[in-house]
Design a binder for this molecule. Structure first.
Ligand code: PLP
Length: 397
């Protein structure tokens, strides 16, 4: 009954850890989880109020497939205000989360065998989405030394006659790394020599940037606009993960193609969420900045503590709410009960089983030497998590 396509999709690798965490919690064990990919804040009040008002006003029906004209207008204004990008509302489609904007973009862009270049460590869904659209993910392994950013040379080397697109995610999940203007400009220079290669710029963490302003590839290379998709959403910056609202801005013909797919697969996102999204972009960003400042404080704490642990290497990421320390020093070690830690997955299973700490193995993100820790948790929890990590690593020999 199950198609080859479904069989070829890897189940979410993060699921193994989170179901383990749940199982151990049910058994009454004390578990601290730094595995979540979502802010620990509530959605700002003015956004919730707009949603409540929409329900009271009887705004309950299907909206236009591409999103309400009002929301698309407010996204268009936001793209100009925050990103200096000029998009007509017709070049914007609202989706059920940025995830759907990405997934439908793959379906709209790829034919069998088309390659998509994905710098690793990558967000877990990118390669699977490419595969589900019959494309071929081509991962480019970046290095800790280069703060996990793909160089222009690496991009050039990865491009073939089959390359259809390159995926950029800045700030990045899972590393928190952000490309500098110079690095983006260098990548753009490579792309100028390959006019058939499109760019997918996932900017979902744009509001969680700690040093300077968020920079997207179109800020340094506006000439790439007619082959770039800007993907964004409300989940991370506004703490709205469950509202399922994202969008894509891009060339008109491409947005129209995505709209056709969306019209047959899901239709528009929830009407209530769309009203909330409109309020988010029409209001001020005070709450967003308060959350960002809190993430910054936690980042500083976590990076300082991690760097002090023997054998752990960690750079200070400039965005998102993740750190991705290099733990390769501990690969090949043994636990007290004689089990060998052969991989980051082994390490994370050991940490959760023996020390009650849930982290996500770098294996899930295409980088075997790291683990991802999310610091979207309270300070007390973070303190305890770092203690557990230090004890757990200290017990390995
Ligand atoms: N892109 C990245 C890099 C992410 O980390 C996530 C969520 O974890 C998404 C896209 C999807 O976000 P959403 O579908 O909640 O808008």
């Amino acid at each position: 009954m199950i198609s080859k396509r479904a069989q070829s999709v890897a189940p979410s690798a993060t699921l193994k850890i989170s179901s383990k965490a749940k199982e151990l919690k049910r058994q009454g064990k004390s578990i601290i989880s730094l595995s979540a990919g979502e802010p620990d804040f509530k959605t700002p009040e003015h956004i919730c109020d707009a949603a409540i008002q929409a329900i009271k006003d009887g705004f309950h029906g299907y909206t236009m497939n591409t999103g309400t004209p009002e929301l698309r207008k407010s996204i268009s204004i936001k793209l100009q205000r925050d990103n200096g990008l000029s998009y007509d509302p017709s070049q914007i489609i609202c989706t059920n989360g940025a995830k759907q904007a990405l997934g439908f973009s793959m379906l709209a862009m790829l034919d069998e065998g088309d390659e998509v270049i994905i710098p690793a460590p990558y967000w877990v869904s990118y390669p699977e989405m490419v595969k589900m659209a019959d494309g071929t993910p081509v991962t480019v392994r970046t290095s800790f030394e280069n703060n996990y950013r793909m160089s222009a040379e690496q991009l050039e080397e990865a491009i073939t006659d089959q390359t259809k697109a390159v995926m950029l995610c800045s700030p990045s999940n899972p590393t928190g790394t952000c490309y500098t203007a110079e690095e983006l400009e260098a990548l753009a220079e490579v792309l100028r020599a390959h006019p058939e290669v499109n760019v997918i710029s996932d900017e979902i963490y744009e509001y969680i940037v700690f040093e300077g302003e968020h920079i997207g590839i179109l800020n340094v290379a506006p000439d790439l606009k007619d082959r770039t998709l800007v993907i964004n959403g409300f989940s991370k910056g506004f703490a709205m993960t469950g509202w399922r609202l994202g969008y894509l801005a891009g060339p008109q013909a491409f947005v129209d193609a995505v709209a056709k797919i969306q019209s047959q697969e899901t239709s528009a996102p929830s009407c209530i969420s769309q009203k909330a999204g409109e309020a988010a972009y029409r209001g001020n960003l005070d709450a967003v900045h308060t959350m960002r400042d809190s993430f910054k404080e936690r980042r500083n704490f976590v990076v300082e503590k991690l760097s002090a642990i023997d054998g752990v290497k960690c750079f200070k990421p400039s965005g998102a709410f993740y750190v991705f320390p290099d733990i390769s020093h501990y690969l090949g070690t043994e636990t007290k009960s004689g089990e060998t830690i052969d991989s980051s997955t082994d390490l994370c299973l050991y940490l959760i089983e023996e020390h009650g700490l849930a982290a996500v193995p770098g294996d899930a993100f295409g980088e075997p030497n790291g683990i991802r820790l999310s610091y979207a948790s309270g300070m007390d929890e973070l303190r305890e998590a770092i203690n557990r990590l230090e004890t757990g690593l200290g017990d390995l020999s």
